[in-house]
Ligand binder design. Sequence first.
Ligand SMILES: [Zn+2]
Length: 159
Amino acid sequence: MKIHQIYTHNQLRNFNYIIEIDSKNAIVIDPWDAVEIGKELDDRRLTLKAIINTHEHWDHTQGNKSLVEKYGCEVWAHANGEGKIPCLTKTLSADELIPLDGDNNLLVLDTPGHTYAHLCFVLLEGEAAKGVFTGDTLFNAGVGRCDGGGDPETLYHTI
Ligand SMILES: [Zn+2]
């Protein structure tokens, strides 16, 4: 398994992540630019198995539709994202494990506050936490705004 961090160079300074599960399959977190993500996948001869959206905001989901059209992949996100997240096919629940390769899994955390459809994902190697994908819940030296459908008190408890 490899993880590729892609900086979008957009005004909001988003990061996208390609999780290369094995030599053929990948998962993408929060795709911004479907063309750029598609090129990254094609260069590595990867098929997109699924998109994971940390939450429903457009800057985390705008690549969904084009990538679904190109790869026929699934889209996974919080149940509260239904009707808001383009092409959503499967809802994820707290404590669910998403298998990657070997003993690597993503552990789903329900993390309301920035919005009420926000999930974070802990990368587990066996039982050891090796990283976390935090979307707009937690940044370097900050947290996400709450005026786009969230609540500061709830975010405080999540943090
Ligand atoms: Zn957001």
